[in-house]
Design a binder for this molecule. Structure first.
Ligand code: SF4
Length: 347
């Protein structure tokens, strides 16, 4: 067992899927997450063990709506999906009903179909991606669609596009997830074989009538590549950690909290929607300016805690040279606030 795997203790390694790979882009600067993910630590169990469980996943209502929408699109060999895509899409193969049933057989069949020249839809292909030295199987609930020389990823989502607008967070999560599939396909077939434009199919307005929109995922692809290469170099980060360090989820909670404190975290509010340890890390960073979000952290560069902010704003503390700019802004903000509060009401 190598050093990274030993961090996990006796537990089986947590396998990645497209959602967890996509989540790696959520906070690329966090060493704690990079180490735990590279070691395959089950962060849900870890968070529960230390008393800070999070609530992850879709509601039952959202899942049921998503399943109904997808089943409707795929009925009768994807008749509705074909008309939504608005193009001749050739044959339809569903690899989710493979007779053999093994992952290896399904992956081999996916490879053969994808390398073929035929135009068509491929449902439930099984892809692989290298994540921190492990081969991860991705079982996308998607269809790849060959148009001309390039493959295009089609991603079905159940959030609504209303008057041409959709929830920005949901769209960006879908774009990152689709980028994971594009990356896996490019690793298999080469960059030129797979389009950087993906098709997102969602319900339109307040009905289940589908609509297709095209998303360019080049930005998400480069972020993913960067984050995956960072994970691959996590071995160096791990070598610098104490050799006795362990995140074995069977250890007592105080030992796990102490282990967590020895790996740097970079909590930001976005963690709440992308990392299973977010409730703990938010609690740990209570009083830090970074916990208020990236704009605040950038504006207050060099001022680490809310206590320091208050002291600099009131002039009680003397700023260091790096804090001088932020301190001047804080004093000005405080002066304006005091003036506003001292003005008689209605003046
Ligand atoms: S919740 Fe914690 S471990 Fe997860 S990314 Fe944020 S700071 Fe890192």
């Amino acid at each position: 067992m190598n050093r990274i795997d030993r961090l996990r203790g006796t537990a089986a390694g947590k396998r990645h899927n497209a959602r967890t790979v996509a989540a790696l882009t959520g906070n690329p600067g966090c060493t704690r997450r990079a180490v735990l993910d590279a070691a395959g630590v089950d962060k849900v169990k870890l968070a529960e063990r230390i008393g800070f469980p999070g609530s992850f996943g879709q509601s039952r209502f959202a899942l049921a709506r998503g399943n109904a929408f997808e089943a409707m699109l795929k009925a009768d060999d994807c008749a509705l999906l074909r008309s939504t895509l608005g193009a001749y899409v050739g044959s339809y193969e569903d690899l989710g009903v493979d007779e053999d049933g093994t992952l290896a057989a399904r992956h081999a069949r996916t490879r053969a179909l994808l390398r073929g020249a035929a135009e068509g839809l491929i449902d439930h292909p099984l892809l692989t991606l290298d994540v921190a030295g492990q081969t991860v199987f991705l079982e996308p609930d998607l269809i790849t669609h060959r148009t001309g020389a390039q493959l295009q990823v089609v991603e079905i989502k159940s959030f609504a596009i209303i008057d041409g607008q959709a929830d920005g967070t949901a769209v960006s999560a879908a774009a990152v997830q689709a980028a994971v599939y594009v990356l896996a396909l490019r690793q298999l077939l080469g960059d030129d074989a797979v389009s950087h434009e993906v098709v997102l199919v969602c319900p339109e307005n307040f009905s289940l009538q589908p609509v297709a929109v095209v998303l360019d995922v080049r930005k998400q692809l480069s972020t993913l590549r960067r984050q995956l290469s960072r994970l691959a170099s996590v071995a160096d980060l791990v070598e610098a950690l104490p050799s006795s360090l362990s995140f074995d989820v069977e250890l007592p909670a105080p030992d796990l909290v102490s282990a967590l404190s020895s790996v740097d975290a970079r909590y930001a509010p976005e963690c709440l929607s992308s990392c299973e340890l977010s409730v703990y890390c938010r609690h740990e960073s209570d009083g830090d300016t970074a916990a208020l979000g990236r704009p605040v952290r950038d504006a207050l560069g060099g001022v680490e805690t809310i206590g320091e902010v208050l002291a600099l704003a009131s002039g009680v503390a003397t700023p260091t040279p790096e804090q001088a700019e932020a301190a001047a802004l804080l004093r000005a903000a405080r002066r304006l606030r005091d003036e506003a509060l001292s003005r008689p009401a209605g003046s």
